[in-house]
Design a protein around this ligand. Structure first.
Ligand code: PLP
Length: 415
């Protein structure tokens, strides 16, 4: 941590981690230690309170879980498989396992959260759902989930992204969503989140805001984590069943942090399991060249919560850069900032080129073309394999690469 106010001693680290493992974090103010909370205009507080109340009731209700479990099985395709990666293991000198989250409906983990929240929105009596999207993956998952539960869906997307991600715009529209281009601010994901929050603040009873990552004001980081925790629960059970042991290392890519936090929660209580989050190292360590928020960010508030943030000395949010749209965000979920603070999870950066090499290796060796985001986690596994030869490493393969064709064509040259 780069700010003295956020430094704590070993005893306090142990105490805070104990609180988390006991299920007492976030606390009643929505805080994970110094991170999280609600930094929002007054008009949003009743909507957040109401959402928390309904979400807690749903997550404590057997009927909600029965409906969610049935849809997860038959519509999403859960449990997603865990598979050993024999040829990558031989190439990299470790025992590599892949959690096949890319096989979930719509091609990534995002559907876990979108479906869980869409069902809650329905229970709350919402008449429509609004969502934000960057590259379009969360917009597609939200559009699909809303179609399934029968709710209209409005997706805010930065005008720049609408231009860059035409196939996903068409996909959302075919799934029945209305895509609204946001021209304000940076006209990308940050502006889209601002606009979706504004819409929700103006119509908090009839609208549910389906936020796509473990970021934003409380209760979102908690709710999204609870809905993504299915990844970690399945992986832990599958490791014990198929490998006969827990992994030495569990590793996932961190954008806002939702796939990683859901995956990590399966192993937080297992002290022998090292947990590693991988951030986008972009093209280099200088400001503006990466999206490595935990590595170089400072405490600050973005989108309603206190976390680490890429900002300059005046608190202006920095430009970010990553080959992966899903990791290209200047903030990070507050629970990741917390896990770094208490020392339970370590975070590292992987550059664009390292990720693309790992994408290529996984595709050629295992017949699986991963998305660019989890390719960062794969490259992290490769690095850790050199430090801990023979270690058993499980990687959350959180998305498939089909969406990344334009990037792959640019990177390797279009034939
Ligand atoms: C959106 C996305 C991410 C980044 O989001 P998190 O909330 O950090 O998980 C990572 N991988 C894929 C495949 C995505 O679609």
């Amino acid at each position: 941590m780069n700010n003295a106010a956020f430094e704590i001693d070993e005893a306090e680290k142990r105490r805070l981690l104990g609180e988390l493992l006991a299920g007492r974090l976030p606390d009643d103010r929505g805080r994970f230690g110094p991170f999280g909370g609600r930094f929002v205009p007054e008009v949003l507080v009743p909507a957040l309170d109401r959402l928390e109340e309904h979400a807690r009731a749903a997550l404590a209700d057997e009927r909600y879980h029965a409906e969610l479990a049935s849809l997860q099985r038959n519509w999403v395709g859960r449990p997603t498989p865990l598979c050993q990666a024999p040829r990558l293991s031989e190439l990299w000198g470790a025992d590599i396992w892949l959690k096949r989250e890319e096989l979930a409906h719509t091609g990534a983990h995002k559907i876990n959260n979108a479906l869980g929240q869409a069902l809650i929105a329905k229970r709350m009596g919402a008449k429509r759902v609004v969502a934000e999207t960057g590259a379009g993956q969360h917009g597609v998952a939200s559009a699909a989930a809303c179609a399934r539960v029968g709710l209209p869906c409005v997706v805010y997307m930065g005008a720049v992204d609408v231009e860059r991600q035409q196939p996903n715009v068409v996909r959302m529209e075919r799934l029945g969503a209305e895509v609204r281009a946001v021209e304000s601010g940076d006209a990308t994901l940050r502006a889209a989140i601002d606009e979706a929050l504004r819409h929700w603040a103006g119509d908090p009873i009839d609208t549910h805001y389906l936020l796509g990552s473990s970021v934003g004001p409380h209760p979102f980081p908690w709710l999204v984590r609870e809905l993504q925790a299915v990844i970690g629960r399945e992986t832990r059970e599958q490791m014990l069943d198929q490998a006969g042991r827990l992994p030495d290392v569990a590793i996932a890519a961190v954008g806002g942090g939702s796939n990683a936090i859901g995956f990590f929660h399966g192993f937080l209580a297992d002290e022998a399991v090292s947990i590693v989050g991988i951030e986008a190292g972009g093209t280099g360590a200088a400001i503006g060249q990466n999206a490595a928020t935990i590595a170089t960010g400072e405490p600050g508030v973005l989108h309603g919560s206190m976390s680490l943030l890429l900002q300059d000395e005046n608190g202006q949010v920095q430009e970010t850069s990553s080959i992966s749209a899903g990791l290209d965000y200047p903030g990070v979920g507050p629970e990741h900032a917390f896990l770094r603070l208490v020392g339970r999870v370590s975070y590292r950066s992987i550059t664009d080129n390292e990720a693309m090499e790992a994408l290529d290796a996984c595709s050629r060796m295992e017949g699986i073309l991963p998305a660019v985001e989890p390719s960062h986690a794969l490259a992290g596994a490769r690095t850790i394999a050199t430090e801990r030869p023979g270690a058993t490493i499980v990687v959350n393969l959180c998305g498939r690469g089909d969406k990344d064709m334009p990037i792959l064509m640019r990177h390797w040259g279009q034939r």
